[in-house]
Write a protein that binds this ligand. Structure first.
Ligand SMILES: Cc1ncc(COP(=O)(O)O)c(C=O)c1O
Length: 427
């Protein structure tokens, strides 16, 4: 079956923001997903319902508190399904990925000695670099793994040369939020484990585009943010149970001393957690409805999963199968325009190693000017470094304003890509 035939257009009607238009009646085009995706009505409803029916703090002997507590358990179960975690007790919620990573870097830092080493990569968002650099003040040595500038893939030989028995943690992204590269996480996790290091994976950019299976990857921690996968502004960490037990969290004395609670400082964003559970249900519904349409779904692998986990896997495979040809079309057409320079993997045969996120520059125009002109036409893209500072510095574009970043999500269409290309053609 031709994956381009997958028709996700009925899903668009579920996203109220997609109905917005400018004063000329042109619908807004949301290519800003890597900075935050739009939200379906069921998620909005769940958050509103929380306020109406369950708005209370935890642990009270009354009905709204009990509803609240049950909702939080269900949000953990939902995320455990989304990540294929062993148990919902391995799911920790927080404000966002950055705050959670800073909290964990401090807790992990307590386990390390001066002279111990951490590896970060040039391909990462700064939220998976700065929290580890902060440990340098404790005498921890941070080493940088490079990427290949030609195709923006991690240089695995270089990474391997940095690994030793001094390496205690490897922090890397599942996918780059700047240039889209998907890293071979499972392979790198095995390399890190071979020297006894823990693996901290930033899956923020990958989460809206592919199924995540923490047991299959065999990492130690994985962090993501629901607002990048059609949910509210909530950060999520999955951690291996034995490590969560061992690590000493920075916490207030009266709070629950056991994981996941000990890592959750203060009152959580409860309405956001109601939204997270609804987001996972939205995705599962997509899997139920469209899963069978995707030719890329491997039925042998699918046997590993059951119930909602299977539906989620099907949903994410369906998204990938829809997004890939749309991205191929966009990239191919974009390259026909004058003065365009793209970054990252460009061979469509290798697009399973990248997300549908495109960074480009254009001769004669600053990234800001391009993004502003597109924004004036109701087409939303980001420009600059999107906090992937190490990437823009390594590519030598930081001082010239970074790159324009166009991110496709499953709710985007060929018509929107055409409007984007026409707008650039008219520049
Ligand atoms: C790859 C990646 N990592 C981390 C972050 C930071 O996430 P948060 O905003 O949840 O702190 C982002 C946000 O853009 C990102 O794209």
């Amino acid at each position: 079956m031709d994956d381009r035939k997958i028709n996700l257009s009925t899903l668009r009607t579920q996203f109220p923001a997609l109905n917005q238009q400018d004063e000329m009646g042109r619908p807004y085009v949301y290519f800003d997903g890597p900075g935050g995706t739009q939200v379906p009505q069921v998620v909005i409803d769940a958050m509103v319902d929380y306020f109406k029916q369950a708005n209370a703090n935890c642990g009270g002997p009354f009905i709204t508190s009990r509803r609240n507590d049950e909702m939080i358990v269900q949000a953990r179960v939902a995320m455990a399904d989304f990540l294929n975690a062993g148990s919902e007790r391995e799911i920790i919620f927080g404000a966002n990925m950055t705050t959670l990573t800073f909290g964990f870097s401090r807790a992990i830092g307590r386990m390390l000695q001066p002279g111990d080493e951490i590896i970060v990569t040039h391909l990462d968002h700064d939220a998976n670099i700065a929290p580890w650099l902060a440990l340098e003040e404790k005498g921890i040595i941070v080493k940088w793994a490079d990427f290949k500038v030609q195709d923006c893939r991690l240089d695995l030989d270089h990474l391997s040369s940095l690994l030793s028995n001094k390496t205690k943690l490897v922090a890397l992204g599942y996918a780059s939020n700047a240039v889209g590269t998907i890293n071979p996480i499972k392979k790198i996790a095995a390399m890190a484990h071979a020297v006894g290091a823990w693996v901290w994976v930033d899956a923020v950019h990958f989460a809206p585009h592919g199924a995540i299976d923490v047991q299959d990857i065999d990492c130690d921690f994985l962090v993501c943010s629901a607002y990048k996968f059609f949910g509210p502004h909530v950060g999520v960490v999955w951690g291996r149970q034995d490590l969560l037990e061992r690590f000493v969290a920075y916490k207030v004395r009266p709070s629950n001393p056991n994981p996941p609670h000990k890592f959750e400082t203060g009152t959580l964003n409860h309405e956001g957690l109601a939204g997270v559970a609804a987001t996972v249900d939205y995705l599962a519904e997509v899997g139920r409805k469209y899963g069978h349409q995707s030719a890329s779904i491997d039925n042998v692998i699918m046997h590993k999963y059951e119930g909602r986990r299977k539906e989620l896997k099907q949903a994410m495979e369906t998204f990938a199968a829809y997004e890939r040809p749309l991205f191929t079309y966009m990239l191919t057409e974009l390259k026909n325009l004058s003065g365009i320079n793209t970054y990252g993997i460009v061979n469509p045969e290798e697009f399973n190693a990248r997300c549908p996120t495109l960074a480009f520059t254009r001769k004669g125009y600053t990234p800001e000017a391009i993004a502003t002109e597109l924004g004036n036409r109701g087409i939303f893209v980001w420009h600059g470094n999107y906090y992937a500072l190490a990437v823009t510095e390594r590519l030598g574009v930081e001082s010239s304003g970074g790159m324009v970043r166009v991110g496709l999500a499953h709710y985007n269409t060929k018509e929107e890509v055409d409007r984007f290309l026409e707008a650039l053609d008219a520049q």
